[in-house]
Design a protein around this ligand. Structure first.
Ligand code: NAD
Length: 255
């Protein structure tokens, strides 16, 4: 059974891999034998994570919202490896309480910035990864990171929620358009996870207590909490699993 989670021989690309959930994903994929390519706007950060991986990986600087940088990164991956079995579109930014607001209060630049990284970044990386992923004998897996904000729960963050809703829709389209070419695509929708992105929850004990008291499992998520799901979706164990939205939030969406 453990062999079904073995990722030896697979090339996995993780975006936003220098920190938080992306770094946890890269570590888990590497621990299960994959060769991991870590893309991040912070090359130093991605390199530090890469240096600590159990199997050799590759760190590349890439701003996922910039088409030129994405083209360059995937050209390097093609040159070095020639194929990709797993793409984890994880890079994202959130400006909760810092400008992402209802439409009448949201600045256009802020909208474009958030959509650019969370949604356009997912599109661009998928676009340039797909030619190296299609028609592989054992198929290939696209794992997109959404959020409970937007696709699952209501939220005040217009741009972030719209971007994450778009990520879910794009994943479903990909399931439909590329299933016949061996691509399965699924979305992970985390609740509040203890990373830099959710630093505000940590910095405000009152907010943290209130939040935690609402989570059925009684705690904030940790980056490690997504690792099992990522390995499952990357592995041949999920070979008949596509088009799903997987919520990982300690049960918060039912409250
Ligand atoms: N932390 C949470 O509570 C939470 C909840 C739901 C969804 N998410 C989603 O999970 C994903 C990871 O979030 P996190 O909490 O690990 O965030 P994080 O801020 O801890 O890490 C994000 C990583 O993405 C990188 N990044 C930012 N902009 C980039 C760009 N333009 N190009 C490439 N890399 C870029 C950062 O350098 C960083 O390494 C995001 O898509 C986020 O929306 C997080």
């Amino acid at each position: 059974m453990t062999q079904r989670f073995d990722l030896t021989g697979k090339v996995a690309v993780v975006t936003g891999a220098a920190d938080g959930l992306g770094a946890a994903s890269a570590r888990a994929l590497s621990e299960h034998g994959a060769t991991v390519v870590l893309l991040d706007i912070s090359l130093d950060g991605a390199q530090a994570v890469t240096d600590a991986l159990p199997t050799p990986g590759l760190a590349l600087r890439c701003d996922v919202s910039d088409q030129t940088e994405v083209v360059q990164a995937f050209a390097t991956i093609r040159e070095r490896f020639g194929h990709i079995e797993v793409l984890h579109n994880n890079a994202g930014v959130s400006f909760t309480g810092r400008g992402d607001a209802p439409p009448d209060e949201l600045e256009f630049d802020m909208w474009q910035h958030i959509i650019g990284i969370n949604l356009t970044g997912t599109f661009l990386c998928t676009k340039y990864a797909l030619p190296m992923m299609v028609d592989r004998p054992e198929g290939a897996s696209v794992i997109n990171t959404g959020s409970i904000a937007g696709p699952v729960l209501g939220s005040t963050t217009t741009a972030y929620s719209a971007a994450k809703g778009g990520v879910v829709a794009m994943t479903r389209c990909l399931t439909t358009t590329h299933g016949g070419r061996g691509i399965r695509a699924n979305v992970i929708c985390p609740g509040s996870m203890d990373t830099k992105m959710a630093a505000m929850v940590k910095s405000r004990p009152d907010l943290r207590e209130r939040f935690i008291s609402q989570v059925p499992l009684g705690r904030q998520g940790l980056p490690e909490d997504i690792q099992g799901l990522v390995v499952f979706l990357a592995s041949d164990s999920s070979s008949y699993f596509s088009g799903n939205v997987l919520v990982i939030d300690g049960g918060l969406h039912l409250v």
